[in-house]
Design a protein around this ligand. Structure first.
Ligand code: DAH
Length: 351
């Protein structure tokens, strides 16, 4: 092996040893650079005879070409390795499962209210909504609950730092009953001509679901909860009608005939007589226990007057359903607070 072959082999080994572009360029300089080995060999030609120069020159050029080829091959190799490394690092694994988006759902109380609305709508009831920040008059006085009357403490609520036109603090409504007054007043206004002529007015049949507030908090009471108010007012709507409507509602809501309904005498300022409605299932996990589910009664004549109507010709009943109670009974939940904690482990069971 002559010196040139050795040189080419050394260059190949050096190039192979270079792991990166920069190292390879250093190696190149050692062989092909201005003071590299090949350049030095070419300079040395000057001392040879013309014949020797020709032969030796051709050999050196061959070696130079071989080194350049080795350099180029190594450059390509390193570039490919770089690209491979980059592709590895940025690898996109198309076999990974997607991240997915969480599936939302209606809150169990919202589902319950929708269910209650659908059942009463099927019985010809309108659905109305009203304000949660309410006047003192609508919340109490219009409902035959006079100022300073002890019955007001049954519905102690939160007050808002704003007064109404009459100088009374606004409050968070303690029940949905103000909606009886708001809806009946609007209804009376729509039928003003009939009302003025003393003619029978079209019946009022409405439910009003929504949030209500009380100064109360334990396993069965929450400062915010839900009610569904009901009002059926006509020429002669009686307790008997209430019993039929309510029993039919319970039958549809719980999808069973196996229950009793009991009206237990009670007191509310806005009804006379007043009753708590209890139900008792004949079978299932709640069988045999009386469960209180609503307040009710014949609307008090003073309240009918505050609707703007004549209590002699407008007679009917009202009720207030505990919507959270209905949700808990349907879904078998025993602590009201679970409904409002916002814990997804609980809520996702209702999706
Ligand atoms: N407003 C009552 C309460 O919050 C419930 C109620 C009782 C509503 C009797 C009524 C009713 O409409 O007639 O406790």
């Amino acid at each position: 092996m002559n010196d040139l072959d050795t040189l080419v082999q050394t260059a190949r080994a050096d190039f192979a040893a270079a792991r990166q572009g920069a190292a390879l360029e250093d190696a190149k300089a050692r062989f092909l650079g201005k003071s590299g080995r090949i350049t030095e060999l070419l300079k040395g030609l000057g001392m040879l005879s013309p014949e020797q120069k020709k032969a030796r020159g051709a050999e050196i050029n061959q070696a130079k070409a071989a080194i350049e080829a080795a350099l180029q091959a190594r450059r390509v190799q390193l570039a490919e390795a770089d690209l491979d490394a980059q592709l590895q690092a940025e690898a996109l694994d198309v076999t990974l499962p997607g991240r997915g988006r969480g599936v939302g759902g209606l809150h169990p109380v919202s589902r319950t209210i929708e269910r209650i609305e659908a059942i009463f709508a099927s019985m010809g009831f309108d659905v109305a909504e009203g304000p949660e920040i309410e006047t003192d008059w609508m919340s109490f006085t219009a409902l035959n609950n006079p100022e300073n009357h002890p019955a007001r403490s049954m519905q102690d609520t939160f007050y808002v730092d704003v007064k109404d036109a009459g100088g009374r603090w606004l409050c968070l409504r303690p029940h949905t009953s103000p909606m009886q007054v708001r809806y009946a007043q609007a209804h009376a206004a729509r039928h003003a001509q009939d009302v003025a002529a003393g003619k029978p007015m079209a019946e009022i049949r409405v439910i009003a679901p929504g949030r209500v507030y009380r100064v109360d908090s334990d396993a069965t009471h929450s400062p915010m909860f839900h009610q569904v108010e009901g009002l059926w007012l006509g020429a002669n709507v009686s307790f008997k009608d209430l019993k039929v409507v309510f029993a039919d509602f319970v039958r549809q809501y719980f999808e069973t005939d196996d229950f009793d309904v009991r009206f237990r005498p009670s007191f509310f300022p806005f009804t006379e007589p007043s009753a708590e409605i209890d139900i008792r299932f004949g079978s299932g996990p709640l069988a045999g226990r009386w469960l209180e589910v609503a307040g009710s009664g014949q609307v008090h004549p003073n309240v009918v007057r505050n609707y703007g109507l004549d209590p002699e010709t407008n007679i009917g009943f009202a009720f207030g359903i505990g919507a959270d109670r209905f949700a808990m009974l349907r879904y078998g939940v025993d602590d009201l607070r679970l409904m409002f904690d916002g814990d997804l482990r609980f809520l996702s069971q209702f999706r």
